[in-house]
Ligand binder design. Structure first.
Ligand code: ADP
Ligand code: MG
Length: 860
């Protein structure tokens, strides 16, 4: 009986290049697909206009700079509603990616076919596909879909940095450490802080930019080349926004620029020679013969590399918050991605992130940077995907868990047997395992699960385990083998699977006091699956409420709520948002006990960016940054400038995707400055204290009024107090500062009125000495200053008033001490302060006019 065996493979689906690898049959080494010494395949698709043939990889990449142009960097569009023109047909980013994945599958299939024998045949049907840690939910979903279209069962979508760290640990035989993975590819940059504890990986902090990579360096260098050509009198004044031929010319320059870049990674001087790749606008073939120095190239590349360092610090900052980790706790900085071949990258990373003030290593790890992600994915695939075996008729299947490598001479073998067709049945069945000197049977448990413990394996060698599967009637229905290798020197097996981590926070846009407000729903680095809850009050007059859902700065989904028609306005509608390990979002809502489903729809595309939009952002930034401390100002400004430079270059190149991305980055910079202060002032405890004071004073005034001519309707007043308490409590719950502040002002008003009433009663009448009266007045005015007026000034953010009030409070304390000495003059001082405080209070309450325009006190 010929068995069909399969091992899950690891695929790095890159923006520029993809790679595929699989662990060998015994899980001791990794087989990386290689074609003519190349270990990566360009993620490039081209359709031959004549034959209609779809070409993927190197042959497609050769078509760069020709028409019809090949499709490149499709990963940048994953999860977006765009389509691309592939010669004569429109394809979605998912379709293009699925063709690349199908090619990767085909490649590794060639390698595993080498393991075929007379009674086994190997196939590729399952994979772990990697995604940048910075991918958002629609992009992740699109990747999964693409893999499925390519005929691959996706076991997991692994974060690229996790894969890189996984390979590092495996190859260095360690299963503990804290790492900063620095992955600079063609189109994306990822910085991730990872911790590996006993082989289990945890993502502690992530940052990056999925529009930053070697491509940007190429574009900048291409511009430099363009300048050379103009200097050499070629017609190279390109119109990149309008002229399609110029766009092709620029693409050709970028292609040449990439060659210069790669040449300068290996040597300090590059003889740049080319004749005829490009023609100028007059049709003259361009002949280039020029020496380019690395220093000159680095001048062009430096701004791009410099941007990456900021993201590393951001990732560290997150790790600091999540796990209290700082750069000095990082054991290794692991480099990944083709762009880390640039010596400048290693130099800057060493200088900025390693050594005395940085990570514990003297320099970053620079090993297998082009394929480290695919290699790590293969290790993980082997651990998660185990070995799967089918009988030839594909009616039964056995899945073996874990890897086939072990560090002990007695091992555990576990798995699951499944019947795949309706007439096949394994109920009451068993499985038999035989190997040299060992023979045993195990019953199939529920779901076909089985396990053998203490199975002997040959020391330092490969052992063959033979399995026979029997059904409930004792008939043998399938036989298969699994090889297990004993390896004393075994490092970690990547077997611990850590749950996926959310790399970008989810937030929801809600209305608060009539203004849009972004509320964080699920913070970054949350483990998936996760749930989040939120509730809102039904705004009324509509049966459909829409909540834009943002991930990081991008509006990724819209939650559509069909509110049941009978719902009264103001009713509380609560939500349960569930994000599963595959980033699938489902939302259930409820009004009272009635539950309903809410649809989650893809967000509409962003309208074409305009110059006006950019200008508006610039002025928003200028306004926001003004209030920062000098240091923070400089940091924000630097971030802004870098993104702005990238945006301007995208604008010049008419690169819509890059442009949108940079706009989102800019918006994010602004939003991170204007930290939304949802903590209300004054604190709730103070609100409660005012309420208690009102209630107690109300009672006291009633008691003091008994038997006098003063009428005090205590119950009526209690109602007014209650009404304000209601409003204040509600406003506090809704984080509505305005309504909250109003309730407090009203309560203060009630207190003042009560005070007036009280003073009319005999008890409240003044029979203190003059000195006591002055001291009490100073105290009372001080109370006004410290309480109501100060709170108002603080809540309105009037730092100038806060300073002035502080000064008044200080002087009032002195007045209290001086009460016995210069009574008359002290009284005047107190009265002046009181007037001034009331002025301030009036201005702050009405907000209509400024103090300067109020009548000036004649005595001051
Ligand atoms: P991605 O992860 O985006 O698919 P890769 O990790 O394959 O990308 O990196 C591709 C980038 O690496 C390209 O921009 C390419 O120009 C750059 N690259 C590859 N080799 C070198 C080299 N020797 N020197 C500098 N850059 C290189
Ligand atoms: Mg990559």
């Amino acid at each position: 009986m010929k068995q069909i065996l399969s091992k899950a493979v690891g695929i790095d689906l890159g923006t520029t290049n993809s790679a595929v690898a699989v662990m060998d049959r015994t899980d001791t080494d990794i087989v990386l697909h290689e074609d003519r010494r190349a270990t990566t395949t360009p993620s490039c698709l081209w359709k031959d206009p004549r034959s209609g043939e779809l070409v993927v990889g190197r042959l497609a990449a050769r078509r760069v700079g020709t028409t019809p142009a090949p499709i490149r960097s499709i990963k940048r569009l994953m999860g977006r509603p765009d389509t691309v023109r592939v010669t004569d047909e429109d394809m979605t980013p998912e379709q293009v990616s699925s063709l690349v994945l199908a090619e990767m599958k085909r490649q590794i299939q060639q390698d595993v076919a080498a393991w075929d024998s007379a009674d086994t045949s190997w196939e590729v049907d399952r994979a772990i596909v990697t995604v940048p840690a910075y991918f958002d939910q629609p992009a992740i979903e699109a990747t999964r879909h693409a893999a499925e279209m390519a005929g691959l069962e996706v076991l997991d979508l692994l974060h690229e940095p996790t894969a890189a760290a996984c390979y590092h640990c495996w190859s260095h035989k360690t299963d503990n450490g804290t790492f900063l993975v620095y992955d600079l590819g063609g189109g994306t940059f990822d910085a991730s802080v990872m911790r590996c504890t006993a082989g289990a990986f945890e993502v502690l902090g992530i940052s990056g930019n999925n529009m930053l990579g070697g491509d940007n360096v190429d574009a900048e260098m291409a511009r430099r080349l363009q300048e050379y050509l103009v200097e050499d009198d070629y017609a190279f004044d390109l119109d990149l926004a309008g002229d399609d031929e110029d766009k092709i010319r620029f693409a050709q320059l970028k292609f040449l620029a990439e060659g210069v870049k790669q040449g300068l990674s290996a040597q300090d001087l590059f003889m740049f020679r080319d004749s005829g790749t490009v023609r100028d606008k007059d049709g003259t073939p361009v002949i280039i013969d020029r020496m380019v120095e690395r220093a000159e190239f680095e001048e062009v590349a430096r701004p791009v590399v410099a941007r990456t360092i900021g993201y590393c610090h951001e990732a560290m900052e997150l790790a600091g918050k999540v796990a209290g980790i700082s750069l000095s706790d990082v054991d290794q900085v692991i480099l990944a991605g083709g762009s880390t071949h640039m010596p400048l990258v290693r130099e800057m990373v060493t200088r900025e992130l390693c050594g005395p003030d940085g990570a514990r290593c003297a320099e970053p790890v620079y090993e297998k940077v082009d394929t480290i992600v695919a290699l790590g994915a293969a290790i993980r695939a082997s651990a998660v995907g185990g070995l799967r075996s089918h009988n030839p008729e594909r009616t039964f299947r056995i899945f073996f868990r874990g890897t086939g490598a072990t560090g002990t001479t007695k091992t555990r073998v576990a798995g699951r047997a499944e019947a795949l067709t309706a007439d096949a049945d394994l109920d009451g069945g068993h499985i038999r395992l035989s190997t040299a000197g060992y023979d045993d049977e195990a019953d199939l448990g529920p779901d076909g699960v089985f396990g053998f413990s203490r199975v002997p394996v040959q020391a330092g060698a490969e052992s063959l385990l033979a399995f026979d599967l029997y059904d409930g009637e004792g008939t043998r229905v399938m036989s298969t083998v699994r090889t297990v290798t004993h390896d004393d020197d075994l490092g970690i097996d990547g077997g611990e699977t850590s749950p996926p981590t959310l790399s970008k926070s989810f937030s929801l846009q809600v209305n608060r006091a009539g203004r849009p407000h972004v509320k964080e729903l699920v913070p970054a680095t949350t483990l998936l699956p996760t749930r989040a809850q939120f509730s809102f009050q039904h705004p009324g007059n509509t049966e459909q409420v829409l909540f834009p859902l943002y991930q990081h700065r991008r509006r990724v989904q819209v939650i559509e709520v069909q509110v049941p028609p009978s719902t009264p306005r103001g009713a509380e509608i609560s939500f349960d948002v569930h994000i599963d390990a595959q980033y699938l979002i489902t939302v259930r809502g409820a009004v009272g006990n009635t539950e309903f489903d809410a649809a989650v729809e893809k967000a509409p595309p962003r309208p074409e960016p305009t110059r006006a939009e950019i200008d508006q952002l610039v002025s928003r930034f200028t306004n926001a940054v003004m209030y920062l401390k000098a240091g923070d100002h400089a940091v924000a400004q630097a971030k802004w400038d870098m993104t702005m430079a990238s945006l301007e270059s995208a604008w010049r190149n008419n690169d819509r995707v890059q442009l949108e991305h940079d706009l989102e980055e800019l918006e994010f910079v602004i939003d991170s400055l204007a930290v939304v202060e949802i903590t209300l002032v004054p604190p709730k405890a103070e609100f409660d204290a005012i309420v208690t004071e009102c209630r107690e004073f109300n009672l006291r005034v009633r008691q003091a009024a008994v038997g006098t001519a003063i009428t005090h309707d205590e119950q009526e007043l209690a109602k007014s107090i209650d009404a304000q308490v209601d409003q204040g409590e509600r406003a506090y719950r809704n984080r509505d500062q305005r309504a909250y502040g109003e309730a407090i002002e009203q309560l203060y008003g009630i207190l003042r009125w009560l005070d007036g009433q009280y003073k009319k009663t005999p008890e409240g009448k003044d029979n203190r000495s003059e000195e006591e009266r002055v001291a009490d007045a100073a105290d009372a005015v001080g109370h006004l200053a410290r309480g109501e007026v100060m709170r108002l000034a603080e809540s309105k953010g009037r730092a100038d008033y806060v300073r002035e009030i502080t000064e008044i409070i200080r002087d009032l304390a002195e007045c209290q001490r001086d009460a016995g000495r210069d009574t008359g003059r002290t009284q005047t001082r107190i009265a002046q302060h009181q007037r001034r405080l009331r002025q301030i209070r009036d201005v702050l309450v009405s907000g209509a006019h400024d103090v300067d325009s109020l009548p000036v006190d004649a005595t001051s």
